[in-house]
Design a protein around this ligand. Sequence first.
Ligand SMILES: *[C@@H]1O[C@H](CO)[C@@H](O)[C@H](O)[C@H]1NC(C)=O
Ligand SMILES: *[C@@H]1O[C@H](CO)[C@@H](O)[C@H](O)[C@H]1NC(C)=O
Ligand SMILES: *[C@@H]1O[C@H](CO)[C@@H](O)[C@H](O)[C@H]1NC(C)=O
Length: 441
Amino acid sequence: MRQQRSCLWVASLAAWQALLLVAAVLLSPASAAKYETPGETVQGPDPATMFEIQGRTFWNKSLGLDQQAPGVLGHQCSAARPSPHPTEHLTYTPNRRWPADPADGRSAIVMAVGGEPERFYERIHNTWATWQGYFTPHIRRNTVLILLLDANFWTDLTQLTKILMLERLDCSTYKRACEVAAGLDQGYTVFVLNVFVTMPESTNYLEPQEPFVVLMGIKQFPHPYWIERGNRTEAEVLASDWKTEQCNRANYAYTKFTNWYSYHMFDELRILDYFDYWWKIDDDVRWFGHLPMDITERLVAERRIFFQTALDYDPWWCIGPSLADSIQLFLDTESDLCGRPLRAVAHDKVWWTNDTYIYLSEFVGGWLGMYTSPELMEYGRIWNYYPYSMWTWRWGDQQFWTKANGMFDDGSGILDLSYLKQHDTSGGPPKGKTDMMFYHG
Ligand SMILES: *[C@@H]1O[C@H](CO)[C@@H](O)[C@H](O)[C@H]1NC(C)=O
Ligand SMILES: *[C@@H]1O[C@H](CO)[C@@H](O)[C@H](O)[C@H]1NC(C)=O
Ligand SMILES: *[C@@H]1O[C@H](CO)[C@@H](O)[C@H](O)[C@H]1NC(C)=O
């Protein structure tokens, strides 16, 4: 099902590129009949928006489709989209083009940190050395960490910077990078990690020429409107014993911060314009083996819309009837605008029809071309505000990904990396299994 030509993209010798492109164009009619991830390709970086951080380059990759007012482009059939809807399935308009050279792919690990700083210090204390040892050296060429700290609790980054062994980027040398970062969203400070760790001996070594880039910001995360309608403040709710009625009776901060990724992250973070993929990794993920591939390059080369590391099932009491209801509302509204029934692309797949299927979201990622498309943003908004849903049944982001994927993809765009995960954490990392590389908690 995946495109034959993907292997061609991996070759990156500049001299061969023109030739390969011609080959790809000639090959494409043969694969046109098959289902393919939509989206055009683009050659090389955009010099007009590019900035550099010690050899790492970033440029605006967004087509800006998510910047339109809600509803303008987001519907399957609308006045803004005069040509007839092409299929009986939902479609989306990619908000990115695919880098013709997979080496031009960029990923951002977004970590939203809620709650008391001490809690995060403690968690990261147990895991960060394994990030420095096993993980960051393999991803630093094309992947960055975006750390967002909840303004309700954080005022200062000094101690965290020390714990993570980060160095502030020299802004006199990298003026443009610092300026762009400071001007995006709530403002980011750019740091680099130069200290890596040889594992399993735990000896530090320095690689100043090959840093891992970390962008940090203190952010005011959005809170739900029902708080103000009830004449309360978020601080009051945070301090209260508020719990979800259903699921594991999660507290307010847990519900808010796990759910934030599914809609608000895409709606709010303009910094993601500089990336092809978002990743989410929990702060209690520990790495124990070397990554056997360049994930970003592989995602781009294979035109993947998502990768997952564990398929699982949530109990019914974490799903509720609202999940199916919200999907039905979305499908019926879109069908109504088109005047005929539309289906989800994965309508006949069990992982779509059975609402209990989820991806454990301690390590997942997706293509921003799809996740910030106006059509998926439209569903994200309904999903996020659907009554008696996230705040009743504690929908975190993990309830979202299967539904979002299946709406617009039949599953062939999903990369299964579940073999990287060790499920049993009791005995420590398995000996000799070098392609297993993380566990959770
Ligand atoms: C990136 O480019 C798009 C399309 O021109 C534009 O709408 C968007 O605002 C740009 N993003 C940033 C962060 O400048
Ligand atoms: C909130 O305050 C307004 C104005 O004091 C009052 O009219 C309203 O009933 C209050 N609402 C709730 C839910 O307490
Ligand atoms: C959905 O999947 C779960 C887990 O495999 C299973 O227990 C349940 O019976 C399924 N529900 C339906 C309606 O098929």
